[in-house]
Every structure is written in structure tokens, then in C-alpha cells.
Ligand binder design. Sequence first.
Ligand SMILES: Nc1ncnc2c1ncn2[C@@H]1O[C@H](COP(=O)(O)OP(=O)(O)O)[C@@H](O)[C@H]1O
Ligand SMILES: [Mg+2]
Length: 466
Amino acid sequence: MLGKLGASVWTSTPFRLAALSIAAFLVTAAGIVGFMFWQTNDLLTEQVLSGLRAEVQELRHMEAAAGSASVAAAIRARARPEGPGLYFFADRTGRKQAGNLSRQPPELTSDGGGTFRYEREAGDERLAVALPVAFPDGTRLLVGRDIEEQRVFANRMRTVFLLGFGLLSAAGLAGGLGAGRLLLNRIDQINAASRSIMAGDLSQRVPLAGTQDELDGLADNLNAMLDRIEQLMGGLREVSDNIAHDLKTPLSRLRNRAEATLRDGGGDCDAYRAGLERIIEEADELIKTFNAMLLVARLEAGALDGQAEPFDIGGLVRDVAEFYEPLADEQGLALTVAAEDGPEVVGNRHLINQAVANLIDNAIKYGRPEPPVAGSSITVRLSVVGDTVEIAVGDQGPGISADDRERALKRFVRLEASRTKPGTGLGLSLVAAVARLHHGTVRLEDNAPGLRAVLVLPRARQGISA
Ligand SMILES: Nc1ncnc2c1ncn2[C@@H]1O[C@H](COP(=O)(O)OP(=O)(O)O)[C@@H](O)[C@H]1O
Ligand SMILES: [Mg+2]
């Protein structure tokens, strides 16, 4: 079975693709931003630390030169309550002698520097970094810097990035969901159409959105395929209908003839012989119809492969016309031919011969004016038009009305006016099949009066043979 209607948008391909690409994007972006963040923080911290080291160095020199009392004095001068520089100077018992820090931060061990928290005012806890110094006389100094602003900046950056990533993911997922929904809607439509077609309505077609995108392309191809299937089904139905109709009549005629011969022969050998001869004639007609039908079917299904050769079409047209001249004379029709030697076509000579013969045969059979007009003629003309040759057979009969011309080319079609004349209705369809096989066409035109049937075939290119 096909997938059920309304498949979940969460499992749709566009949504999954969107989610996947967002995940990949987030991981990469988080890596890059994290690295940047770490580097910036590191740089800022390094800057603070090198400032601290320089100051520690300076104070050590001062202590070596003038003793710790001068350091204490310098600290007193430097330590401002709101300044970024933080100091804690203690005597050997740990009691504070100078500085703006109220106590030795408990997070810091005496031999290593690091970050700690301190209170500038009550409730205003801030982050700082400090380096400890121990002087030879047992006094100790802590030199620090307030880095609260750096911390706030870092926090704000983190928030901005988190918010940004959140927004990005939400927008990406929403986009994926939207795209998934759109696509699913259209696929559901295609599925619904397929289902009703499978249920038997071959005339239905997949709807197009008119956006000319890949799905429209798919729908277009599906529709073209359905057209073809419908056409083939129609052809099949037509053929079986036609076989039923067109072979049933001659078969029953054959049977009736045999019955009549038996009934009316009365033991007379000559009567039986005559009857049997009629039966053989009928059977021959039937076989001819069968052969024509098989030939048309084979030509319609097949290709020329290997049976094509270049030949002079002018000679062929003249030969066929010559062959039909006596028949035309018999009917009181003058047959004139205008076909020069020279133009060549590549194809199957016998099939093209048959096609031209069918056209001339029709002109003789149906091309007599009613009522008869003296001197009416049939003209067979070969002309070169661009890359093609046109073989036109014109008569001055009743012609075929414009509405019926297309239909007359179909298998077994015999127009109402011709019912009384012998024929199978396969002649023109064979011409059409031969034309198609040779990449040519057939046109039925008004010959004013009469019909002009034109067989158009591609001309063989000079110097190129099959
Ligand atoms: N030259 C023509 N003038 C008038 N009608 C024609 C002509 N050629 C063909 N037709 C019509 O087209 C129909 C189909 O022709 P065709 O396929 O040759 O079958 P058939 O000759 O066996 O009847 C004919 O039955 C006839 O009604
Ligand atoms: Mg015919």
C-alpha cells in the first residue's frame, strides 16, 4: 500500500533535513563562539595579571631598597576605596596595616594567586584577581585588581549567544516545519489523485501547483504517463472492438455462403464449385484484412531497425502510379504523374510502395465526382520541400470534411459515404504507420474539390546512406 494520507510533518524529509542542518550549525557555531570567548577571556586575564606582576615587582624593589614600612606607605597612597587596584598589607601576625581590602580573602592560599570575591560595599560582591607577596621581614602583601566588569561583560556575552542560538534554532525548526507541511500537502494531493486513479478513474489527473518546481515536474510526468496509459488502453479497447465488429461480419458472411451452397447446390457439382470459389474469395479477403491489421499493429509498435535503405523515391512513385493507370482508366479517371528522378529517401521500399498504393487506390475508389464529370483526374505529384519530400495524391471527388480527416487515419475507420464500397478501413492507418516509422507525417487536405492526401517523408541527406 501507499503511505497513509497525512503523514506526520515531524517525520517529513524537509523537517528532518532542517533539524539536521540546524544541529550541525549549532554545534559548529557553539564551538567557534566558545573558542572566541575563551580566547578573549584569556587575553583580558593575561593583561590584568601582567599588570599585577609589574606592580609586585616594583613593590619588591621598593621593599629591598627602603624596607616594608615604605611599601606600607606606598600602599596607603595607592589604595582608593573605589579604585580597581586592591591591596591588603599585613604584619607578620596577619593584622592589616594598610590597604582597601577589609580582610585576607579566604579563597587565596598564601603562596598562590587567583581569583576571589570581595565586598566593596555591603551587598556589592565583586570578582577580583590577586597575587600574594611575602617579604623577608614576615610582612605580607596582596596586590589585586577588580575584574567585576570583565565578568559582567562575559555574562552578558553568554546570554546574548544563548538567546541568539535559541532564536536561530526556533526559526530554523519553524521553517523546516513549514516547508514540511507545504510539501506534505502537495504529496498528499498527488497520493489522493493516484488513489482515485487506481480505483478506476483513469481520466483523473494529478493537480499542478503552477510553481514549476520539482513536484510540478513530477506531477507533469505522472500526467504524461497517465495520458499514455489512457491512450494505450483506448487503443487496445478500440482494436478489440474493431476485431469484434469488422471480422464478425465477413465471418458470418462466409458461413452463410457455405450454408447457402449446401442448401441450394442440389447435388449439382458446378453449383458447388461456384459456391466454393465464392467462399475462397471471401476467405482471401478475410486473410487480407488480418494481414493488414497485423502489419499496422506491428508497424505502430515497432521500429525500422536495419530494414532501411536509400532509394530514389521519384522512380517508386512513377512505378506505383503506372501500375494503377489501367484501373483508373477503367473508372474513367485520368491519372497524371509528376515525379522527377533524384530525391532520395532512406526507408523500407516495400512499405512506402504500399503506402503510396493505398493513397492512389483510395483516390480511384472514392475520388470520382458525383455526379460523374467528364475528364476528372487524379494527380500524383512528388515535390521537394526543404528537408522533406512530399508525395501528394489529389482527386476531384467528394473529399473528406475537415472534421473527419483526423478520424479517417485511424484503424478500421470508414466514413459513412464509403460503406457501400469494399474496404477494411485499414488503408490510411497503414499510411500513417509507415509515415511515423519513417519519421514522416500524413496530411489530408482539401483539393477544392476533392481530397489531397500528402505523405511527407524526410529526404536522405546528400552523401549519407543508411
Ligand atoms: N480520396 C478519398 N476521398 C474521399 N474519402 C476518402 C478518400 N480516401 C479515404 N477516404 C475515406 O477514408 C476512409 C478510410 O480510408 P482507408 O483507411 O483507406 O480505408 P478503406 O479504403 O478500406 O475504406 C474511407 O473509408 C473513406 O471513407
Ligand atoms: Mg483504402
